[in-house]
Structure formats: C-alpha cells, structure tokens
Design a protein around this ligand. Structure first.
Ligand code: NAP
Length: 282
C-alpha cells in the first residue's frame, strides 16, 4: 500500500490545549481566583490512586490548585455525598472529580448525581449527559471531548461519515456517540450483545474503540482508510485495538499510550479553568 497512516499525536494536541490555558490561569490568579480541582478517591485501588495523582500533578504544572480528598474504603454512600456537598458549597473549589470506580457497596450513580452541574467538570451527571446529547454541554465527559478534539486538531471530516462506536458506557461510548451524531455522522453503537460485530466495524469510516479489552478490535475488521480512535487503556499500556494489525488498514490512528489519554487530562484542566472563569461571572 502506498499511502502513509497518520499517527494522531495526543501529546501534541494536549500540549496545545495546555499552552492555551496558561494565559487564562495567569489572568484568573491576577484577579484573585486560582482555579481548583477537587479529586475524591474512595479506597486504595492502586490504578485509581495513580490516575488521581496524575491529574493532581497535571494541575500543579499549570498553576491550578488541586485539593485531594481520600476517603476510607468503608465510606458509606451518605458519607460520600456529604463530602461532595461540602465541595459543592466551597467557593474555592471549581471542579469536582469523583474517581471511578468507587467500592461496590457505594451507590456510584447517587454520588455522581450529588455533584453540582457547575462543578461537574468530568461530565458524569445525568444532566451533563443530557446537555451533551442536546449539543449544549457545559462540560461534556472528558474522554469523548478528547476524541473529538483530536479529530478536530487533525481536521478529520465527521459530517456524513459512518462512525462505529464499540462500547456504550455512560462516560465514554454513549456520550461520544451523541457528539458524533451532533456533528452529523451516522452512528452505529455496538456493545456486548451486538451480533456480527466484525461486519459492523468493517463499515466504519470512523471507528471508536471504548471496550476495555486489550487488542480487541482486529486488523481485518477495519475498512481500508478508516480513522481509528482508540480510547482503550488496559494494563501494560495496551489499547482496545490491535494496533500493529489495524495500522496498515487505517488512514489515521491514535496510539496507546500517547493518544486519547493525555488529551483527556488536558480537557479536564480546560474544564476546570472554564468553571473558574464562570464562577467569576456568577
Ligand atoms: P466499561 O464501562 O467497562 O464499558 C465497556 C463497554 O464495552 C460496554 O458498553 C460493553 O457492553 C462493551 N463491551 C464489552 N465487551 C464487549 C464485546 N465483546 N463486544 C462489544 N462490546 C463489548 O468501560 P469504559 O469505562 O467505557 O472504558 C472503556 C475503555 O476506555 C477502557 O479500556 C478504559 O480503560 C478506557 N478509558 C480510557 C480513558 C482515557 O482517558 N483514555 C478514560 C476512560 C476510559 P455492555 O454495555 O453490553 O456491557
């Protein structure tokens, strides 16, 4: 094949998002408001601890405050909601991120719903999802927004294209499907009960992998010239697509790591700065 496959560089997209935030953070601080993201971690899952630490460090590097709340594994739903309400009422906090997953005994949905919409910078509430579906989100979920930001940064056409999304979780598959639909793609949403998945994926001009299974999407499922957005992040830095096998068929592909992940974090920072600016106008 003579054509080159374009590697969609998430680090580069993330850096340009963060670069654009520096001036805004500086201005906010001069005006007396330091943007602040509160992260809430329940329990001691090592992967979640790592994610929360990465997000806190990313904040620090940009001059954004991060307030870490770590709660015991045995925290009840009521106690967690109480903590979230305190953060809702704390004017120095602009964004709240409750790290998913919380321990099984907690009603995660109830906890997410406790986050006030003005501070839902991770786009986890039902209202946030609905706003996103209507194309009017204050803060769309960060990973879907990151997928769209990468496609826009590389001027990948969306309108009229057939997008096949594999996965329908409330934070990823469903919201990214709505965003693609709002941009006039024709969207097929696949999930664990989908039949003839390989056939459906092979019709996609754009394939979004949001499955949570390493190397799940196979190279021979990919339509020649398709754009592959791999949101998967599995143990050992492995995506949901078999990268080596998909690469020669694709016109463009996100690597793992260095694709959707860094843009997701940059989007979270952007939403926190947006929220801080909004709080100044309130
Ligand atoms: P999730 O909640 O576990 O959802 C997985 C989805 O995949 C579900 O909708 C499930 O279908 C579907 N699925 C499972 N097995 C399937 C199969 N055999 N065929 C077709 N569909 C299947 O996962 P998630 O939170 O959306 O995350 C998905 C991936 O993205 C994970 O690798 C995760 O680590 C990654 N992620 C990355 C970032 C980032 O910043 N890069 C952020 C969040 C998540 P059902 O609905 O029928 O169960």
């Amino acid at each position: 094949m003579s054509k080159e496959t374009l590697i969609l560089d998430g680090n580069q997209v993330a850096n340009s998002i963060k670069e654009a935030l520096k001036e805004r953070v500086k201005r906010l601080v001069q005006e007396g408001t330091t943007p602040c993201l509160a992260t809430v971690l329940v329990g001691d899952d090592p992967a979640s601890e790592t994610y929360v630490r990465m997000k806190g460090n990313a904040c620090k590097r940009l001059g954004i405050d991060s307030k870490r709340v770590v709660l015991d594994q045995m925290t009840s739903t009521e106690q967690l909601i109480h903590v979230i309400n305190e953060l809702n009422n704390d004017p120095s906090v602009h964004g709240i991120l409750l790290q998913h997953p919380v321990p099984h005994h907690i009603d995660e949905r109830a906890a997410f719903e406790a986050i006030s919409i003005e501070k839902d910078v991770d786009g986890v509430t039902m209202l946030g999802f609905a706003q996103n579906a209507f194309g009017q989100a204050l803060f769309p979920s960060c990973t879907p927004a990151a997928i769209m930001a990468i496609m826009d940064a590389y001027h990948i056409p969306i309108e009229g294209k057939h997008a096949v999304v594999v996965g329908r979780s409330p934070i990823l598959g469903k919201p990214v499907s709505m965003m693609l639909l709002n941009r006039n793609a024709t969207v097929t949403i696949c999930h664990s009960r989908t039949q003839n998945l390989d056939h459906l994926v092979s019709q996609g001009d754009i394939v979004v992998a949001a499955v949570g299974k390493p190397n799940f999407i196979q190279g021979d499922w990919i339509k020649p010239g398709a754009v592959i957005m791999d949101a998967g992040y599995n143990e050992g830095n492995i995506g949901d697509c078999d990268y080596e096998a998909c690469f020669p068929h694709a016109s463009a592909i996100t690597p793992v790591p260095g694709g959707v992940g860094p843009v997701t974090i940059a989007t979270l920072l952007k939403h926190t700065v947006d929220a801080a600016e909004r709080s100044m106008k309130a």
